[in-house]
Every structure is written in structure tokens, then in C-alpha cells.
Design a binder for this molecule. Structure first.
Ligand SMILES: [Fe+2]
Ligand SMILES: [Fe+2]
Length: 496
């Protein structure tokens, strides 16, 4: 039997649309869920999904992608990459697997909301495939991480992290709950598909692929490449919605959603991707610096897509450009120092050669962040390891939920704000601006320090905080990835 081409029947078949008669349109698509305020009904008929695919085509392609990734894993299982790899690379894997797989599942829930609340048939169809994409990502990454659980219990965090109150998890969950789980279908699609996936998933899934290949971890490279091929597709879901907001006179709304999502993504990815790229990946395996990847994927490409659509660069563009050379270096100092609170063992990444690389990529690094590392290194050389671990807790931003950091001696500031009698702290003026956009959304949340000070964490000491975060419960916390071998050079120099 002759089959029609997809293009001959797709548009008719996907328009399974009718006018509700038992309930009103507003009851079928309440604005809190659908977010269609101000968009006329006729405009929904114009939603044209940027890619078209049928279920049978989708399943065939996805099956091939899975077969590719899983067969590479099976073929390379005996190469013992794990035991040959640099400990810094293992830390990249642990951090990634704790932070990413279950968030993928959350993204599946997000896309499922387009299936129900999307007011255009094309959006509902593509949301269905996007949801299946994200379920595949969660399953694959949980499965791949599981291979290592018998080697190191810190890999257990792939399954468990998102259920804990670890500080890094609180930061991730606060951001993803804000962007993926608690917005109407249009807002979440613009924030997550357009701003977050278009701009940022490339960093983690393409940028790190090159590093993974260089580090000899072809299994991980194949896995994250396979995932990114889906992200690149469903990331396009948000673009027609941006256009619809612009055409219905709601440019300010679209711009605000993007500005919030871009900054929040940036701050989180400074930790998630910035630390691995500039500190954990072995020096000889580094493809490019984090800043160079950001300049390509976000500063150039994303800014161009904003321009193409008729949107502006976010108002904080200059702050972002400065932050490219600051924020993740501050977070590296903080996370390495508070390493007992992590589910992975961070690499310091500051051997003499690595410091030369950092100075080359970030001129001035030695005179700022390097000064702090001088002190930490000196303490290690003098066998004062205990002095390299702080005994107090940092101030944490009430939006990003990350420690407030900056460039030592240059730019370090706590941006605060009083709201309803409570004092809030922010890591930047942009985080404070985000809070001000919707105080009701953010004001009730307590960050880790708020919880500690209000007596929610017991006993009120370091041990109590660690147990509250799941450290020592699921696995031990982190130590230095290389067991301070990098400090040997400095020790010999000091001895000489
Ligand atoms: Fe995904
Ligand atoms: Fe996605």
C-alpha cells in the first residue's frame, strides 16, 4: 500500500482541535496554567512548531540514539577507564551525575504540562516528544552512573542528591523549581526551552564532550552528545511563543522572563560547568576555558538569537561580561574550601602549570584569586590542612542559594534588601532585581543559613549541618581530589 508523505497529511492530522461546549475556554485552559493572557485565540492557530516529526519517526530515531550510547558503554566497559582516569575527571562525573539526571526528570514534568495546557496542537504534540526526551535523559544518566556505585559511594548521589538538602542541591532545586515547575506553560517554555536550553545546555553537553573525548571517557562523551541532540530539537519549542508575545504587544513580559532565566542559569552553570572546565578537567585535556565557551555559546550566539527575534540584550549585560571572569573562580575557592560539604571531591586545579593556564585565560587571576590560593597552599605546605577548611558558614544568596562570592580585594559585595521585616542577601544586583520582580514567589524560601539560624538544623554545629545535607549519610563528603599531590611542587620549592 502506498504511504503518503508526512508533509501531505501532518498538518491536518495534528490539528485535532475543537471548540469546547461543556465548559468554557477559560476553564479548559486556565491562565495560571496556560499563561495565554493577552494572546488572541486566532493567534494560537498560527503556532507552527519549528520541527515536525511523527511518533513512528521519533521512536525509530530515539531507539538508534539509545542503541548508539548503550553499545559504546558496553563495548568500553572492559577498558577500565575509571581506574585509569585522572581523579579530577572522576570528580567531573560525580558532580554531573548528582546534579543532572533527576533534573532531567523534572524537565519531563515540565514538558508534560505543554501536553495538557498548551493551547496550540503543535505545542502539545512537540511537548509530548520533549517529555519523552527528558525521561530518556533521566533514565540513561541514572543507568550510566550506576556502573560506578560499587567503586565509590559518592556515585549514589546520582539517584539521591535531589532528595537531599545539600547546599548545592538547594541551589539547583530552587532554580529549577522556579523555572521548570512553577510557571505557566508559556513562561516556562520561554525560560527553560528558549533561554536555558538554547543558551546553556550546550555548555555542559557539547563543551564537556570535547573534554571527555580528550580525557579518554568516550562513554560519557557519547551519552551527553546523544542527550544534546534532543535538547537542540526541543529547545526550539519556546521560539514561536516568544514571537506570539511580541506580536500581541507583550515584549516586556518576554524580555523579563528571558532576563531572569538567563541570569539564574548563568550563576548555576558557573558552578556546574565552570568548575569542571577550568579546574577539574586535567590540564592536558582541556579544550577551551569556560569563559571561551560562554563567549561562543551565550555572548555571541544567544545574543544573536535575541537580536533576530527583536529582543534586547538583558539590562545587566555589562555585569554578565565582568562576571565571566569572576563568579566561578570565587565559587571554586568556596567549594574547594568547604569540600567536606560536597558529594564529590573537588580538584584544586592550582598546580604551577595550572596557575599559568589560569593567568593566561584570565589575566590578573594570580593577583586576585591566586592570592587566596597562596594562603591555602602555604597552609598545606606547612602541614596545616585544618586551616584550609573554614569553621564557619558562608553568607548565601536568597535567590541563587549559592555562597556570595566575588573577586578578592576588588569586587565583593552583599546586596541586601529588607522586605516585610526580613533582611535578604543577594550575590549580585541582578539576583536582587529578580527577587524584586516577584517577592511573593521568593520571600518565603529559607536558604541553608536561614534554616541554620532559625534552629531547623540540629545539633547546631558543623556535624549537624553535614548530616542535614546528607553528608556522612549517603556517602562521605569530599576531600581534595588529588590528595594534595599538586601541593608537592610548592613544598619542594619551599624546602629548597
Ligand atoms: Fe534533557
Ligand atoms: Fe531539555
Amino acid at each position: 500500500m502506498a504511504l503518503l508523505n508526512r508533509s501531505d497529511w501532518y498538518d491536518i492530522a495534528r490539528d485535532t482541535e475543537w471548540t469546547p461546549s461543556y465548559i468554557s475556554k477559560e476553564e479548559l485552559f486556565p491562565s495560571g496554567h496556560s499563561g495565554g493572557d493577552g494572546i488572541p485565540d486566532e493567534m494560537w492557530c498560527t503556532y507552527d512548531e519549528p520541527y515536525k516529526i511523527t511518533y513512528s519517526e521519533y521512536v525509530r530515531t530515539q531507539r538508534e540514539k539509545d542503541a548508539g550510547a548503550y553499545s559504546v558503554k558496553a563495548a568500553l566497559e572492559r577498558t577500565d577507564m575509571y581506574n585509569r582516569a585522572d581523579p579530577g575527571w572522576i570528580s567531573v562525573l560525580k558532580e554531573h551525575y548528582g546534579a543532572v539526571p533527576v533534573v532531567e526528570y523534572a524537565a519531563g514534568l515540565q514538558e508534560s504540562r505543554y501536553v495538557r495546557w498548551g493551547q496550540a496542537p503543535g505545542m502539545r504534540n512537540m511537548g509530548t516528544f520533549g517529555m519523552l526526551d527528558e525521561i530518556r535523559h533521566a533514565q540513561a544518566q541514572l543507568y550510566f552512573a550506576h556502573e560506578y556505585v560499587n567503586k565509590d559511594r559518592q556515585f549514589d548521589w546520582a539517584h539521591q542528591a535531589m532528595k537531599t538538602n545539600n547546599w548545592g542541591v538547594l541551589a539547583a532545586r530552587h532554580f529549577f523549581d522556579d523555572m521548570l515547575m512553577s510557571r505557566d506553560a508559556i513562561s516556562t517554555s520561554i525560560m527553560a526551552n528558549f533561554a536555558f536550553e538554547t543558551a546553556f545546555t550546550n555548555l555542559q553537553f557539547i563543551g564537556l564532550t570535547a573534554d571527555a573525548v580528550n580525557a579518554g571517557d568516550h562513554t560519557f562523551a557519547k551519552l551527553i552528545q546523544s542527550i544534546q541532540s534532543d535538547e537542540a530539537r526541543h529547545a526550539q519549542l519556546g521560539t514561536p511563543l516568544v514571537t506570539m508575545l511580541l506580536e500581541s504587544g507583550q515584549k516586556a513580559k518576554a524580555q523579563r522572563l528571558i532576563d531572569i532565566a538567563l541570569w539564574r542559569s548563568w550563576r548555576l552553570f558557573g558552578v556546574l560547568t565552570g568548575l569542571p572546565m577550568d579546574y577539574y578537567v586535567p590540564l592536558e585535556n582541556r579544550e577551551r576555558s569556560f569563559k571561551e565557551f560562554m563567549e561562543e555559546w551565550v555572548i555571541d550566539q544567544f545574543a544573536r538569537s535575541l537580536d533576530d527575534l527583536g529582543l534586547e540584550k538583558p539590562w545587566y549585560w555589562d555585569i554578565l561580561l565582568r562576571d565571566l571572569s569572576e563568579h566561578h573562580h570565587g565559587q571554586q575557592l568556596g567549594t574547594w574550601s568547604w569540600r567536606p560539604t560536597l558529594w564529590w571531591s573537588p580538584a584544586a586545579g592550582v598546580s604551577p602549570d595550572e596557575r599559568d593556564w589560569l593567568e593566561e585565560k584570565y589575566p590578573g587571576w594570580n593577583d586576585t584569586f591566586g592570592r587566596c590560593w597562596d594562603v591555602l597552599t602555604e597552609n598545606l605546605v606547612n602541614d596545616n590542612e585544618d586551616k584550609t577548611i573554614p569553621g564557619t558558614l558562608p553568607i548565601i544568596c536568597n535567590v541563587s542559594n549559592l555562597p556570595i562570592v566575588g573577586t578578592p580585594n576588588t569586587h565583593l559585595h552583599d546586596y541586601s534588601l529588607e522586605f516585610n521585616g526580613r533582611l535578604y542577601h543577594f550575590g549580585s544586583e541582578v539576583d536582587r532585581w529578580i527577587f524584586q520582580q516577584d517577592p511573593d514567589r521568593y520571600s518565603a524560601h529559607k536558604n541553608l543559613i536561614d534554616r541554620f539560624l532559625s534552629g531547623e538544623i540540629e545539633p547546631m554545629d558543623l556535624g549537624g549541618v553535614l548530616a542535614y545535607m546528607g553528608i556522612g549519610v549517603l556517602s562521605d563528603g569530599g576531600g581534595d581530589a588529588h590528595k594534595y599531590q599538586w601541593a608537592e611542587n610548592y613544598r619542594q620549592k619551599a624546602a629548597a
